[in-house]
Design a protein around this ligand. Structure first.
Ligand code: TRP
Length: 451
């Protein structure tokens, strides 16, 4: 058993919690969750989603952290180490490869959308100092998507911000960034939530998000909720596994996993309770807004509300910060993998990984304009990349992680890593991780693909 990782270590329990919550809390909570909820029937989606977090997300998060902490390397090499140590089939290393591929795909479109948030923060900063107001948000958003130059410019800026942190390493880069940015994120979010309360529409937002309508639950809602649970908790692609590799031995895995899942879910719900009241207060209809929801409907409200412009600026800074702490967790696994090859320094490895991902991001960026007629799986290019990575690869990766941790990994290892669960708790984890989670993932994937 190895006590330290060659890449560095988190200095404390808090550092890990902030880093893992920083990874989990991102565009998924503030951009993706609200539009998925409104496109999939509000309460029907949210309840299924919460079930997925508890029954699938939490046990798999524990599995990722424990595998990472035992392996202490990037995903592929952690899997190599675990399989050769235990004499298991090398085939399981595919978990690491799927994870790495998913990280690369996700970051490629994540960075483009992260760029949107920077662009909007910039627009509102200009407005604060007398720039032209956004009077037709649909047209503004449309113009952004139609301009390859603007999209690629902000995609590049976002990627550079991510590189800046990851290149500095675990302690001086990742840990320092999350310790600064996460408190800022919580502060802004609470401010926006307070504003939502002041509109008097929180009740309506609450019933929209929490009134169950099981008639609306079908295969699509189930798959979207499951995919979102994986996406939001950063699971299924070994990102949390990589962060687990830097976790000191004396820290309780169940406790940190529970804390991170709780933080992530609270932020998604709080974001919903901050955004929907504003949407309702201005008589807008959230349904069918798609990925553009917060970009096309919220600006309408920002124009008319008191302190709308500073509010808008805070909102997009919040989004950008949330996206930033997540994107560093997507760049870390491929970077660590390249470092482990032993040929380049961390700085070189970061640049190498980022350059490839940046280039792949051009597919997303150009998919909105130059290649807008290209359809894959009946989706535009961004939608297709997102669908393949988050709705298919994450659940499949998560399924394999769950099966490996529960049934293949030697019990001394898993039980040792989860020792403070006690016998009953460990048994419960094993049932959830080995049977319930894989079962649900399989049923939902089957329904989606063949149902
Ligand atoms: N969880 C992040 C969000 O909600 C996105 C993210 C970061 C992610 N790392 C990941 C998603 C790993 C899947 C896998 O925005």
């Amino acid at each position: 058993m190895q006590n330290n990782s060659i890449h560095g270590m988190w200095s404390s329990r808090l550092a890990f919690i902030l880093a893992a919550s920083g990874s989990a809390v991102g565009l998924g909570n503030i951009w993706r969750f609200p539009y998925l909820a409104s496109d999939n029937g509000g309460g029907a989606f949210v309840l299924v989603y919460l079930g997925c977090i508890l029954l699938v997300g939490l046990p798999i998060m524990a599995a990722e952290i424990l595998m990472g902490r035992h392996g202490r390397m990037s995903p592929v090499n952690t899997l190599r180490k675990l399989t050769s140590e235990g004499g298991h089939s090398k085939g399981w290393v595919v978990i690491g490869w799927i994870g790495m591929a998913a990280a690369v795909l996700i970051l490629s479109f994540y960075s483009v959308v992260g760029g949107w948030t920077l662009h909007y923060a910039w627009l509102y900063l200009q407005q604060l100092f007398g720039g032209a107001p956004i009077t037709d948000p649909g047209a503004t958003f449309g113009a952004l998507l139609a301009s390859p130059g603007t999209l690629v410019f902000w995609h590049s800026v976002f990627m550079l911000l991510t590189v800046g942190v990851v290149a500095m390493g675990v302690e001086k880069g990742l840990e320092r960034a999350v310790k600064l940015l996460m408190p800022l994120l919580f502060l802004i979010l609470l401010g926006l939530f307070a504003y939502g309360v002041s509109t008097g529409k929180v009740g309506q937002a609450f019933s929209f998000l929490f009134t169950p309508d099981f008639g609306k639950v079908d295969g699509n809602v189930l798959l979207a909720a499951l995919g979102q649970a994986f996406f939001s908790l950063s699971l299924g692609m070994c990102g949390i596994m990589t962060y687990g590799a830097y976790l000191p031995r004396d820290i309780s895995i169940p406790k940190v996993a529970g804390t991170v899942a709780l933080m992530d879910t609270s932020v998604a719900l709080l974001a919903g309770l901050a955004i929907f009241p504003v949407i309702f207060a201005f008589g807008l209809d959230p349904a069918g807004g798609g990925p553009g929801l917060i970009f096309t409907s919220l600006p309408l409200a920002f124009n008319d509300m008191p302190f709308g412009i500073p509010y808008a600026l805070a909102f997009f800074v919040l989004l950008a910060v949330a996206a930033w702490t997540s994107s560093i967790s997507l760049l870390e696994p491929p970077t660590a993998f390249i470092v482990e090859k032993g040929k380049v320094s961390r700085k070189g490895a970061t640049l190498l990984a980022a350059l490839g991902i940046w280039a792949l991001g051009l597919v997303t960026a150009l998919g909105f304009n130059v290649w807008s007629s290209v359809r894959v799986f009946d989706r535009d290019l961004q939608g297709a990349v997102e669908y393949i990575a988050s709705d298919l690869m994450l659940p499949i990766g998560g399924l394999l992680i769950a099966l490996f941790a529960a049934w293949v990994l030697r019990k001394e290892i898993s039980q040792g890593e989860l020792s403070d669960l006690g016998k009953t708790g460990f048994g419960l984890w094993k049932i959830l991780c080995g049977i319930v989670a894989p079962g649900l993932v399989l049923v939902i994937l089957y329904m989606k693909l063949f149902g």
